[in-house]
Design a binder for this molecule. Sequence first.
Ligand SMILES: [Zn+2]
Length: 93
Amino acid sequence: MKKGTLTGQIETLSLGQILGLTEKTVLNLFTELSSNEYSRTFTYTCMLMPKRCQQHFTSYASDAKAKNLVKKHVYQHLSELEKEGKDVVNFLN
Ligand SMILES: [Zn+2]
């Protein structure tokens, strides 16, 4: 993985590479945060496999709870992919 490719359009990473990333980087890559100042809600959307899953998690007043939930969710995906024997993940984002 070359430096500076993390925000590219199409990425191919091996599961090993992904699992070696920090949680923060994993969240940056595979989730999207949107917030609504008016209703004070923070929503994280799972972007790991947009065709199969676009689950989102919302929390109020702070993004902490939603972030925690989406993090668990994304790592759940990763362990499922590992069990399925996939070693390369192609994703769009
Ligand atoms: Zn998901």
